[in-house]
Design a protein around this ligand. Sequence first.
Ligand code: FES
Ligand SMILES: [Fe+2]
Length: 378
Amino acid sequence: MQPETRVEVVRRLRALLPRGVEVPPRTTSLSVSRYLDRREHDAELRALFRRYPTVVAHASELPEPGWCVATRLGDVPLLLVRDGERARVFLNACRHRGAELLRPGAGCRRKSLVCPYHAWTYGLDGALLGVPREDTFAALDRDALGLVEVAAERRHGFLWACLEGPVDVRAHLGPALDDDLAGFGLAEHARVGSREHDVRANWKLLMDAFAEGYHVRSLHRDSLARYFLEVSLTDDLNPHVRHVGARASFRDAEVPDIRRDTTPFYNLFPNSILVLHPNSISWVTLQPEGVGRTRFVHRMLARPGDADAAALERSFAFIDEQVFAREDLATAESIQRALATGANDHVLLGAQEEGMRLFHRNRDRAIARELETSRESG
Ligand code: FES
Ligand SMILES: [Fe+2]
């Protein structure tokens, strides 16, 4: 976040101290079918996960040339490869019969990529280099059988990929968010913790948990609540959302510091979340595994020297196990179970849930645009 934005955010939060939120009282609703319906889910995979640049790794996760990591974007398996200084993204599917070249999990260093099935071998640039018993194939065109490369760009310390269309991360972020991210020095951070959770809930219920601070006082009463005032602001950085919550120290801070006295957090459309803690950053990606199932991937990033390793480890354990897993993720699962029974046909949103309202509006708009485009082209 740039200095002038920090000053403005502090000014707005100060003005909110008596009331809490900027938005006047209101009630809106969302139909629950968006969390349950297979067609809605498929529409999201097409309109959100294929069309928008999405964060797939932090640069520190591909630390050396030759480093390879398997991951997913929506339902599509990806292979991230450090080819010299360049980070490349490929579909993780062998051109012979589609086997994954690498299983998701910890990264590893490779000189080439060898398919585990029949050992077709690819270079780090994706070129097909070797086919065992090539003489048994007729007229195999090796040049046309390199790994399929996905458009990717490195910006703000992250690797972004887009399955369809070019990647222009700056355009995707817009000037305000691009400036905010530039001001946090994300490229100087490194991954210091990582954990994946298999959550039996629709991915958007998890995004919802990071799109409002209304629940902090109640759900997080024994964990986070003591660190925060019930004062926050929400900004529409369409299609993204910026939130800043005032920490308990904000009220008496003479010159409040954005990292010490507030917690900025962002919904990066479509499926990432950044939470700027005082000495570290939680970066979450939501990978849908099905309508009611999500892989919740939480990484902690920190700048060397900002906190000692033991403090970061404690902080990661507290945030990941207590705040996220026992509180946010368990609640998302309980909502999924209840909604699946038909208990409610709508969910209700008040003024403190403005960020959630914006996220769903942007999701609906992206799907409507996609439908429009496919009608025009079909
Ligand atoms: S599927 Fe990869 S070599 Fe056969
Ligand atoms: Fe929460």
